[in-house]
Design a protein around this ligand. Structure first.
Ligand code: GDP
Ligand code: MN
Length: 379
């Protein structure tokens, strides 16, 4: 689950990271009032779950409350990476002398929290990573000991020469690490960690993602979820207890089991297609889940074909077939459906589908090839 910047900065501030106090506004008038209260130049920042807001025009300096109002009226309602801006953060503007990057992710390869820091921070960090990766310094933290003092200093020394700044940055990394661990984060990032002309080190942006598995035991974090800022399909899928991730392609996939879902997506790509989603209907047999899955997938206009890939173990393939039939009676599915199923109650499933003029395939390659071909025809 992604936090908004204004939520992430509260966690960091509570841990002691130096950041300005600001306010969140949902209307231009509110933004103006916050700017008037803060006084001086402020930054008006789009609150969406996406990076690159600066480049998209979602971060603007305002010298007066009236200007803050104008910026807010332009930024509110703006679309950034497919997400509509519903709130802006208004904070005092810092004068920037330098911009560094400090990030911490859960790294699957080292199976540890991994720091990535760079003196070349700011809005072009992706480019730095792609073109000059040597400018990014990495350190995997042993979770048994946490971030040790000398490690924090070592990282900070890659950012600054001035020793006061080095010490401050080292402390910020320790605070970031504590926030990361204490909240079950999968990512925690400050970009930019800025210096001001008078030498202060201050965090100007904050991004935190919480591992969804943490939310069951942390009602306080779960309460930070902003469903209005998430893809509607993902919200609906969560409510229906489906594991669903929207992707960019046009082959809608309905699969039981995460491993088979991954294998199916790999095969779609192997045969030249692009999956429109990851969707795991889970191990249990519940026709209702299939109906919900089809509702969510067919709501995506990018989907040109729907591919079922069901391996019946605990999942009964006849339940899935019933779900498909029920769904097509409840609403019109405009795109072709390719069904591959095998395993528990396969004969019954085939009969159920044949009863409504649908065909079930047994071979996975065959089904995927067909689905990819249909998606190509539809273009
Ligand atoms: P992002 O583009 O979504 O990562 O949004 P950021 O919060 O990082 O803002 C993007 C850029 O706006 C930063 O890299 C800064 O260059 C600039 N910016 C953000 N806050 C301030 C500020 O307080 N003062 C000044 N002068 N620039 C800022
Ligand atoms: Mn940023």
């Amino acid at each position: 689950m992604n936090l908004h910047e204004y939520q992430a900065r509260e966690l960091l501030k509570a841990a002691g990271v130096p950041m300005f106090d600001g306010g969140v506004a949902a209307t231009p008038a509110e933004a103006e009032a916050i700017a008037a209260r803060l006084g001086g130049t402020v930054v008006v920042k789009a609150q969406v779950h996406a990076g690159g807001r600066g480049k998209a025009g979602g971060v603007k300096l305002a010298a007066t409350p009236a200007e803050a109002r104008d910026h807010a009226s332009r930024i509110l309602g703006m679309t950034i990476k497919g997400l509509i801006v519903q709130k802006v953060l208004v904070v005092p503007a810092a004068e920037i002398a330098s911009e560094s990057y400090v990030g911490l992710i859960m790294d699957r390869e080292s199976q540890r929290p991994l720091f990535m820091v760079s003196p070349a921070g700011g809005i072009d960090i992706e480019e730095v990573a792609a073109k000059t990766p040597e400018k990014i310094h990495r350190l995997a933290v042993d979770p048994r000991y946490g971030l040790l003092g000398h490690q924090a200093l070592g990282l900070a020394l890659t950012l600054y020469k001035n020793f006061d700044q080095v010490k401050t940055a080292a402390r910020i990394m320790e605070q970031l690490y504590r926030v990361f661990v204490a909240n079950g984060a999968s990512l925690a990032e400050i970009n930019p960690l800025a210096t001001t002309p008078d030498g202060k080190v201050i965090a100007l942006d904050a991004k935190i993602s919480i591992d969804d598995n943490e939310l069951d035991r942390r009602a306080d974090l779960a309460a930070l979820r902003d469903e209005t800022a998430e893809a509607p399909s993902e919200v609906e899928a969560r409510r229906a207890n489906l594991t669903f991730i929207k992707l960019e392609g046009n082959v809608g996939c309905v699969v039981n089991g995460a491993g088979l879902a991954m294998a199916t997506m790999d095969l779609v790509k192997y045969y030249g297609g692009e999956p429109a989603n990851f969707l795991d209907i889970g191990g249990s047999s519940n026709p209702e889940k299939v109906v919900n899955a089809l509702k969510i997938i067919t709501a995506d206009p990018a989907v040109k074909v729907i591919l079922f890939n069901i391996f019946g173990g605990i999942t009964r393939t006849d339940d899935v077939a019933n779900g498909i039939v029920t769904a097509t009676r409840q609403f019109k599915v405009e795109v072709p459906i390719v069904i591959r199923l095998t395993g528990t109650n396969e004969q019954e499933a085939v009969k159920i589908l044949q009863g409504v003029g649908m065909k079930a395939l047994n071979d996975m390659d065959e089904a995927v090839k067909q689905a990819v071909a249909l998606a190509k025809e539809a273009k």
